[in-house]
Design a protein around this ligand. Structure first.
Ligand SMILES: [Mg+2]
Length: 121
């Protein structure tokens, strides 16, 4: 399984990369939504994306909208991982096509549980 970690915080990229590697994923990490779109276009396709909301250039919500425009990318699982805890924003992300929503700070067990529920473990 392949994971794409998308976060402008280097510390968060490190934490998420380690978490996913410990769960057996091959991980690529990028710093914004634009780089993430490029990574998906370049392939191989990730099975799951872990997506920060607030990033420069292209934010996480914009990235989700981009991914959902392309039918060839419909099997990619999209998991928002963000400090945006407002109910309205959670609803917006899910409406745009996110499958899951994790609020920072999180424990690796939360990520593991969500991935298991999504059938990715
Ligand atoms: Mg951020």
């Amino acid at each position: 399984m392949r994971a794409l970690v998308i976060d402008d915080s280097r510390a968060m990229r490190t934490i998420l990369t380690r978490t996913m590697e410990n769960l057996g994923f091959e991980v690529e990490a990028v710093v914004d939504g634009q780089q993430a779109v490029e990574a998906v276009q370049r392939g191989p396709l990730p099975d799951v994306c872990l997506i920060d909301w607030n990033m420069p250039v292209m934010n996480g919500l914009e990235f989700i909208v981009e991914v959902r425009k392309n039918r060839e990318w419909r099997d990619i699982t999209l998991m928002m991982v963000t400090t945006e805890a407002e109910q309205a924003n959670i609803v917006r992300a899910l409406a745009a096509g996110a499958h899951e929503y994790v609020i920072k700070p999180f424990t690796p067990e939360v990520i593991e549980d969500k991935l298991a529920m999504l059938g990715l473990l």
